[in-house]
Design a protein around this ligand. Structure first.
Ligand code: GLA
Length: 396
């Protein structure tokens, strides 16, 4: 837990809302995805893990129906207030669309707040880095609402909270994302990655402590503008590929319902080369995730790393969801000693890369990759040696 951040947030709470009496503090993690990129909206397998960094909330009930939110990370926005009547899908602006969306989506399921709240939010996930700061805020909101209003966690499970977060993101915030980020945040388990079938939500945990190696996340610090429109565009292309293939392969519901062998048998029905590439990424990525799970299970870390590298190529050339800066990071990483694999992770077009690096080479990795990156781009990279953490919790 980030004690410094928590005490800063408590100070901010006192400052904005007079006292700390009756407050509760909560946390929900961010995530990094190891493999299985851009297929969680095509029914594919994904393999993310929750992080020990994430988003925190200090929360207190009010006597009236007002919700007052303040972000310790975006202080200039001040306290933002709303009531249930103000909630309008796709119409509102600013960072509170995420908690608003969750309150709205829970209302649709019959969970309606009976009083308002005062909330201070803060986090240690770099925002816009592709480590799911928004999904962690959504899961966090669902989690503290359930606790504060005393809703039954058997009727509203953590998986429900993930689904509510996705609903908020899709229908309130307007990004057609899949379930991976919210699921990873809501269901995280220390030192384990989550192997998730996004079409059925069946999942299991896979121990991810790799003796003698570290998972290193490198932030390009490239702000990703236009990302949600590109994201929605890729999703539309994937849906188009699915519809074309489905016309000849009736068993398909999702794009990832066929494997590469089946794909090659029917692929010539796709006439548009761009749509072909998108389908090729999704279907081959799904096969790679399955292979990577088997490799990890049998302790074959090199095969696991090969799958991650190949996933990176596919995301770069077939799905075109990387950018110059993250390509520079990946290319620089792969030529360093002690590096098993490296690729762009998360939504894409900026944000972070994920690499597996031998313990002894982590320092030289950071130094050398950082130097190459500074020379070839206008940004400075930041590095995080990742610890895999657990799901949301109440702290006090
Ligand atoms: C974003 C979305 C996820 C997923 C990834 C790409 O993080 O929120 O649902 O699609 O991009 O794998």
């Amino acid at each position: 837990m980030n004690e410094t951040l928590i005490s800063e947030m408590r100070e901010a709470f006192k400052d904005k809302f007079k006292s700390l009496e009756g407050t509760r503090t909560y946390f929900a993690p961010g995530r990094v995805n190891l493999i299985g990129e851009h297929i969680d909206y095509s029914g594919g397998y994904v393999f993310p893990c929750a992080l020990t960094i994430g988003t925190y909330a200090v929360v207190r009930p009010r006597k009236d129906d007002k919700f007052l939110f303040y972000s310790n990370n975006i202080k200039r926005d001040g306290v933002i207030g709303f009531t249930l009547k103000d909630l309008r899908p796709k119409m509102r602006k600013g960072w509170t669309i995420y908690p608003e969306g969750v309150i709205w989506a829970l209302g649709l399921k019959g969970f309606k707040p009976s009083f308002g709240l005062e909330v201070v939010i803060g986090g240690d996930i770099p925002s816009g880095a592709g480590l799911s700061s928004s999904a962690s805020l959504e899961v966090l909101t669902g989690y503290f609402l359930r606790d504060v209003y005393g809703w039954d966690s058997e009727k509203l499970t953590n998986i429900d909270l993930a689904l509510v977060g996705k609903k908020a993101e899709n229908d309130y915030c307007g990004v057609n994302s899949g379930i991976m980020d919210q699921f990873a945040s809501a269901m995280g388990k220390t030192d384990n990655a989550i192997y998730l079938n996004t079409s059925t939500l069946e999942y299991d945990y896979a121990p991810i402590t790799m003796a003698g190696r570290k998972i290193v996340v490198t932030n390009s610090n490239k702000p990703h503008s236009l990302v949600s429109s590109k994201y929605n565009e890729r999703r539309a292309e994937s849906d188009q590929a699915r519809d074309i293939l489905k016309a000849v392969e009736k068993k398909m519901v999702n794009l990832c319902d066929i494997d590469m062998e089946e794909f090659y048998r029917i692929a010539d029905v796709i006439k548009d080369p761009l749509v072909f590439k998108r389908a090729h990424h999704a279907i081959s990525e799904n096969d790679r995730v399955k292979q990577s799970r088997l490799a990890l299970k049998s302790g074959n870390i090199h095969k696991f790393a090969d799958m991650i590298n190949e996933a990176g190529e596919s995301l770069r050339y077939d799905y075109e969801a990387t950018c110059y800066e993250t390509d520079v990071l990946v290319d620089a990483a792969r030529i360093q000693p002690g590096v098993l694999c490296s690729r762009q992770t998360g939504g894409g077009w900026g944000g972070c890369t994920v690499s597996i690096v031998d313990d002894d080479y982590v320092d030289s990795f950071e130094k050398n990759v950082g130097a190459i990156y500074a020379k070839r781009t206008d940004y400075k990279a930041s590095f995080y040696v990742v610890s895999v953490g657990s799901g949301p919790c109440r702290i006090d």
